[in-house]
Ligand binder design. Structure first.
Ligand SMILES: Cc1cc2nc3c(=O)[nH]c(=O)nc-3n(C[C@H](O)[C@H](O)[C@H](O)COP(=O)(O)OP(=O)(O)OC[C@H]3O[C@@H](n4cnc5c(N)ncnc54)[C@H](O)[C@@H]3O)c2cc1C
Length: 402
């Protein structure tokens, strides 16, 4: 009988697997695809660096020489504000990376395997049942089409958009945000800032209710994408023409991407906002956006997936050692608070208040630091007013900016 079966070898699965295996637990990770595989979610937050270090995966990531990301920059026409992570709160990480996920996820999975995790690619989890002795997973080896049963004391769902347990246990809850669409690709030849600002993420606010991401990689390529209401994408022709028409109609993106050429087929995603009625139960837990996922505007997805995976791994470890865990308080409520901090930001962004606040250049230093700390992913830090009472603090600030 295994200690833990993990579904999915993305960042969440690898963080949890590495932590458990280093603690001496027997862990199998089942991954339906084979790596490297493309995945969206390329801009990390500084908080993820703490989590990688805690799982013993930091050295493997550092060796990849990913692009250093020291700040998030928000732009609208002539307006521009840079949030440098070094100017958040003391003790928080001053930088993180922009990563091609194919390379990042493979690096983490390989390092997790070295830490002792039995990672099985092309193995899909089709069903899970729970009983007093633990869980039984029904798994298909996609290469041989052979199906077999795997027994484990605990199951950790790190399946991301696969949402395996949410579907199998009927935990899906209606989303609270309106539907949006994204078109994106990778380009070569964008005009990057020089020096330490080269790796910043740019978030450009489009005049027609959309926003644009520009995420530069160390391999010379740059990820570009547009997110907005579906109507915005109609009437421009092919998806590539639509993407570039929208990029060209925002002046900052237009200048930066003037000589840039796509190197990937344009991709489209929509309907990513999802929620579950609960994130844990006896013998199981759901991490990251296998549970709740809001919106990509603050690049929080991978970091929150890692945050929840690391926490669930520690709680499983304690339970396996025979100690009691209060899952509702220690996991359910904690992760709801973390997601909730970003939800206040996302709601305020789409209501139009947060763009004004972010772009205001006369903010007191203390406010800018607190905002930067949230943008860096430190959303469980109760000393931060934007974490303690995000909605109220944002509403009060919005009254002060014209
Ligand atoms: C448009 C857009 C832009 C985004 N930009 C960012 C960004 O800049 N930064 C950021 O942090 N996040 C971003 N995200 C979010 C990000 O994509 C996810 O939050 C992140 O990939 C979650 O990581 P994970 O480890 O939980 O899951 P994943 O990376 O999705 O890994 C899950 C794995 O589970 C496997 N799996 C699924 N089903 C099964 C099964 N039945 N059996 C076995 N294996 C299975 C999958 O093959 C996959 O490899 C963005 C999202 C969208 C929609």
């Amino acid at each position: 009988l295994l200690d833990v079966a993990i579904i999915g070898a993305g960042p969440a699965g690898s963080i949890a697997g590495a932590m458990l295996a280093r603690g001496g637990r027997s862990v199998v990770t089942l991954e339906a695809s084979t790596f490297p595989r493309f995945q969206i979610g390329e801009s990390l937050l500084p908080r993820s660096v703490d989590l990688l270090a805690e799982a013993g995966l930091l050295e493997a990531v550092e060796a990849q020489r990913f692009m250093r990301k020291a700040a998030a920059v928000f732009l609208r026409g002539q307006e521009r504000e840079r949030y440098a992570f070094a100017e958040a709160f003391p003790g928080q990480r001053p930088q993180t990376w922009q990563v091609t996920r194919a390379d990042f996820d493979q690096t983490l999975a390989t390092a997790a395997r070295r830490a002792g995790v039995d990672v099985r690619f092309a193995h899909r989890v089709d069903a899970v049942s729970f009983g007093p002795g633990g869980a039984v997973l029904e798994v298909t080896d996609l290469e041989t089409e052979r199906t077999f049963a795997l027994r484990a004391r605990k199951v950790l769902d790190c399946s991301g958009y696969g949402r395996v347990l949410a579907k199998l246990l009927a935990l899906e809850a209606p989303p609270t945000l309106g539907p949006r669409r994204a078109l994106f690709t990778h380009v070569e030849g964008d005009l990057r800032p020089e020096g330490p600002e080269e790796g910043d993420i740019w978030v450009c606010i489009h005049p027609r209710g959309a926003w644009i991401w520009i995420i530069p990689f160390s391999n010379g390529r740059t990820s570009v994408g547009v997110v907005g209401p579906k109507e915005l994408f109609e009437g421009h022709g092919s998806e590539r023409d639509t993407l570039f028409a929208l990029l060209r109609s925002e002046p900052n993106a237009a200048r930066r991407l003037e000589g840039a050429r796509p190197v990937l087929r344009t991709a489209r995603l929509e309907g990513w906002t999802a929620q579950v009625t609960r994130t844990w139960g006896p013998g199981w837990a759901i991490t990251g956006n296998a549970g709740d996922f809001l919106d990509p505007v603050f690049s929080s997805g991978v970091t929150l997936a890692m945050e929840s995976a690391a926490l669930a791994a520690k709680l499983f470890d304690r339970e396996l050692a025979g100690a009691a865990v209060d899952w509702e308080t220690e996991y359910g409520a904690t992760m709801l608070r973390a997601v909730g901090s970003f939800k206040c930001f996302v709601d305020s962004w789409y209501a139009g208040d947060l763009p004004k606040i972010l772009l205001a250049t006369n903010k007191p230093d203390k406010i800018k630091r607190a905002i930067t700390s949230v943008l860096a992913g430190y959303v469980l830090d109760e000393s931060n007013p934007f974490v303690r009472n995000g909605a109220g603090t944002l509403r009060a600030l919005a009254q002060l900016v014209p």
